[in-house]
Ligand binder design. Sequence first.
Ligand SMILES: [Zn+2]
Length: 407
Amino acid sequence: MKRFSLLSLCVVGGSALVLLFGFVAPNTFTFSNVPKLLSSIFFVDSTTTVALKESYRSGERIRVLIVPGHDNESWGTEFLGIREADMTLALGEELYAFLKADSHFDPVITREKNGYTDEFQNYFDKDTGRVRGFVANKKRVMQDLLKQGLAEKEEGVVHNTAVSSVAYRLYSINTWANENDIDLVIHIHINDYPGRRWNQTGRYDGFTVYVPDGQYSNAKPSRVIGEAIASTLSTVLATSNLPTEAGQGGVVPDQELIALGSYNTLDPASVLIEYGYIYEPQFRTTASREVIVHEFAFQTYLGLNQFFGNFLETFRTYKTSLLPYQFKHTLTQGSPAGRDILSLQEALSLQGVYPPDGEDLHSCPKSGHFGPCTRRGVREFQELFGLPSTGYVDAGTQAKLSELYSR
Ligand SMILES: [Zn+2]
């Protein structure tokens, strides 16, 4: 979608105030209304929900920039040898594939296995002064507005402060997106929190979709897109119970994340998704990790479709990539983690018996592991259909599951 950006106009070279003087007719000009005007121009909507949906409906391809969080030099968090940057890349590539196969979208991804794509590496390397100057200008205007009480400082979640080379790349991704007709930026992360012992699982679990602070120019559609993705993602993952993220339906506004356009540096809509915590059980084996990462990408794709009003009902029976599935194996406690058990948990979930009675996705996640939660779910399923209550997937239960969920 083509976007006209007052914002970039406003701060191109030199002082925003000097430029503003040019916009104000001499007879209406007073010194006292300058700051007010400045804030209304600084925070003018750079993108809207209506315009995005209109583009989609008119058949214009929606340009989505996928940013797998971190990179090969600075890989984010880590648990038992699994690096965040590798997981975010896998998820980003899955999401890219879903969007690429859909003629409504035109996805771009910032990096691949060996590092940033040439497009982005070249962009980072050239003209670094321009990006730094752009950000410095934005910062100055925003800090002036804060000082004058025309912008509000929001206290949010404390994030690890990006070191300067990382911050530079993130701001560069923002300016690249501004200059390349991107409609939506999706940053992909896996969560963690400070103070966890490196080799131990932590206390929190679930996802959070961060969206830009409500004052920012790209805030409104970002919020609606974030809510759509949270609603689809919540079918497969709990919402984060970290105290600063909890109780907001999985969607948390943030003023300071560069990825979302801190200092109002980003024109297109943007969301930053933390797809659960790195130590969660579904990530622990390669088999379950690959399947769940594919499913998270699918739910993100589904969320975008939901935002644009396309529910995929015409060509998909299930709103999950885990079904349909042919159940062919005996599954019980100790069975290898992976696709079989994730599809089982999904089928039980659609049947209303997973998480089992009295549990939720925090206590009984869709983990791909057969433990006490799954045993209880299977038992409830068997009782529902008058099957012998064995608590494991025996031949009769396989047949029933396949009858219901293999097509
Ligand atoms: Zn991260």
